[in-house]
Design a protein. Structure first.
Length: 130
């Protein structure tokens, strides 16, 4: 049995219908200003698995929006979804257990002054559906 789940793909698939007014993706491109708000999902180093079924991943969630207020509002909605609704749920790709914030949503620097970025880091425990 493998514990490998593409956690970015699993979160993007789950978040896309939950946040229909936002673009949910893993990588940014040159059209970012035309695709606001955007929720970026990126797994970062530091995860682990038990060799049987359970995995732990660290994931950065960055929200890009036209204003600081809009970025914070959406980041707070994403935070509530991850730590409330998604925790303990099953999607088509993964069963989620404990989900907690390692860092809370906060303004992050970004070189483009035409938008604002608010990001947080989450720790997710999960295993494959089957």
């Amino acid at each position: 049995m493998t514990v490998l789940v593409d956690i970015e793909a699993a979160l993007i698939a789950a978040a896309t219908p939950r946040f229909p007014s936002a673009v949910v993706r893993d990588e940014l491109d040159n059209n970012l200003l035309d695709e606001l708000p955007t929720i970026q999902v990126e797994q970062i180093p530091g995860g682990e698995d038990d060799g049987l079924r359970l995995a732990r991943a660290l994931v950065d969630i960055n929200v890009y929006a036209a204003t600081r207020g809009d970025a914070f509002a959406l980041a707070n909605q994403v935070h509530a979804w991850l730590t409330g609704e998604l925790r303990g749920s099953t999607t088509s790709m993964a069963v989620f257990g404990r989900i907690g914030a390692v860092t809370l949503p906060a303004v992050q620097p970004y070189e483009n002054t035409g938008l604002r970025r608010v990001g947080a880091t989450y720790e997710l425990f999960f295993h494959p559906v089957s």
